[in-house]
Ligand binder design. Structure first.
Ligand code: SF4
Ligand code: SF4
Length: 382
């Protein structure tokens, strides 16, 4: 039986209760997948799609640079914001009647992650998760706390469109503000329930949520609060999704915050404008220090949909010792991988999802994940 772990919060960190806005970046970067050529000074309208990436502001192409997206390094166009919000993408807003119309709309809005979760499933259960997968992120909770009514209205609408009787919102039982806010309005939504789950690392993964609720993964739709907020924007407002929420956290900054910003914005620009770093000797992680990557140069990173959190921590150098055979890496692994055996045999394991718990728990500070996951904890040299 796997041992579940609670990651202690850093008590020195205070989190802003409001969502901070950074919606007028000086520049944005658009990664280019196909080998197309673009001329300098070409005008780019806001909300133009380039494969799955979007121009979140309007302006001219003023240069290019390489950016890291997931595990890939891609060339990216640099667009200098003219702050005119010139937009050539119009979508008419109409009431969605059924699943098929919703699928079309999700296609048009490039929300393929949500589309893939709904399409082809015979849905019985509908769950909305307010649990941030990254321990140091507070995006889902902050969205629920700030927009509880919009979230519940959208869940109601989805229940109608998808023909589902009721939905369950899952929240960690330690999220007192979000729970208080939600319980004050939930009485008016007869088809939405709340379920509190224990505050363990990995509890936000779909498989853990289904296990806790005794639901079958195959007929359960799990969307995040952020997905619902995006659906609110397309169903009720007809807005293109070019904004995202990220948390900047860590013990080397003055104040942690959740920020609403534009896709493609340079992370370095956001840090320079909004964050007060109080320790000179710091290190930066993309998507938390446990399962994320330690970056060598933050200048290579832009805001993309898969970045939920940036952690700026005081630098620590860990002494590495020999394995003491305590077995903890095996006990915490959600996939029961014989972690130390894989590590010793220098074998990566396909089941490993890179959650980083083995590294976190190891008293000898051995970097097990880098070998078992087949990746590196530090950004790879490209
Ligand atoms: S990183 Fe991989 S091996 Fe380590 S605990 Fe997570 S799933 Fe298991
Ligand atoms: S947790 Fe570390 S010390 Fe313990 S068995 Fe695993 S590798 Fe060895």
């Amino acid at each position: 039986m796997q041992t579940l772990i609670k990651i202690p919060e850093n008590k020195n960190i205070t989190l802003d209760t409001m969502i901070n806005l950074y919606l007028d970046p000086l520049k944005i970067y658009i990664p280019i997948i196909k080998k197309e050529k673009f001329k300098l000074n070409t005008y780019i309208y806001k909300n133009t799609y380039f494969d799955s990436f979007i121009a979140s502001v309007s302006g001219k192409i003023t240069g290019s640079k390489k950016v890291i997206v997931g595990k890939k390094t891609l060339p990216a166009l640099e667009i200098t914001n003219d702050f005119k919000e010139n937009n050539n993408y119009k979508i008419s807003k109409k009431k969605i009647k059924n699943k098929e119309e919703l699928f079309n709309l999700l296609n048009v809005y490039h929300l393929t992650n949500i589309l893939n979760k709904i399409k082809g499933k015979e849905l019985i259960n509908f769950v909305v998760s307010a649990i941030d997968i990254d321990t140091y992120a507070y995006n889902e909770l902050m969205l629920l706390t700030n927009y509880a009514k919009k979230i519940c209205d959208t869940i109601n609408e989805l229940n109608r469109i998808l023909n589902i009787n009721e939905a369950t919102i899952v929240i960690q039982n330690t999220a007192f503000n979000a729970i208080k806010n939600l319980t004050s309005i939930i009485g008016t939504y007869s088809n939405i329930n709340i379920k509190l789950l224990a505050d363990y690392y990995l509890m936000g993964y779909d498989s853990f949520i289904c296990k806790e609720l005794n639901f079958n993964d195959n007929n359960t739709l799990i969307l995040s609060i952020n997905d619902i907020y995006n659906l609110y924007n397309i169903l009720f407002k007809g807005n293109i999704i070019n904004e995202v929420f990220i948390t900047i956290n860590g013990n080397a900054i003055e104040k942690a915050m959740v920020i609403k910003t534009r896709l493609g914005t340079s992370i370095e620009e956001i840090i320079n404008k909004l964050i007060n770093i109080i320790d000179k000797d710091y290190e930066i992680f993309i998507n938390d220090p446990i399962k994320g990557v330690k970056v060598k140069d933050i200048n290579n990173y832009i805001i993309t949909n898969d970045i939920k959190c940036i952690v700026i921590n005081k630098k620590v150098s860990l002494e590495i010792y020999d394995c003491i055979n305590c077995g903890m890496c095996y006990k915490v692994c959600p996939f029961n991988i014989k972690v130390i055996d894989n590590y010793n045999k220098k074998k990566f394991n396909k089941k490993c999802n890179g959650c980083g718990l083995c590294n976190y728990i190891c008293p000898s500070n051995i970097d097990l994940k880098s070998r078992v996951y087949g990746g590196k904890n530090e950004e790879e040299n490209n």
